[in-house]
Design a protein around this ligand. Sequence first.
Ligand code: TYD
Length: 134
Amino acid sequence: MKEVKVLEFPKILDERGNLSFFENQKQIPFDIARTYWIYDVPGGEARGGHAYHSLQEVIIAISGSFDVVLNDGQEERVFTLNRSYYGLYVPKMIWRHMENFSTNSLALIVADQPYNEMDYVRNYNQFKRLKFNL
Ligand code: TYD
């Protein structure tokens, strides 16, 4: 899972409150085509459970915390996101889901493509077949 990485965004610390930011091709390693967010997740629920054929994304816990579980078909890694100045970069063809959302957590996802259901891989066995050319 060598392409997966945790990005640290700039922090402008100020007595009036802190500020962080990202820009295309700088802190975010692509041009953002779409931003969406996940909120009001009931306790115990999970989101995701799919991979993308070609989309890459960065996932940020703007508020609260949650776990992002990544699986490349061989190993699984869990990233707990709980600070708004970290972003998890997830390349294409990684199976991923999100779980353990804290109360009032807010997940922000920026992606390099508009929404396209055709880019989703929603079946784990199909994901493995595609990943390993089976
Ligand atoms: P989905 O990506 O399957 O949610 P999750 O992976 O978090 O479980 O999306 C759920 C629904 O929302 C699906 O019907 C498609 C729609 N949707 C959009 O219309 N635009 C978007 O940008 C996203 C992410 C989802």
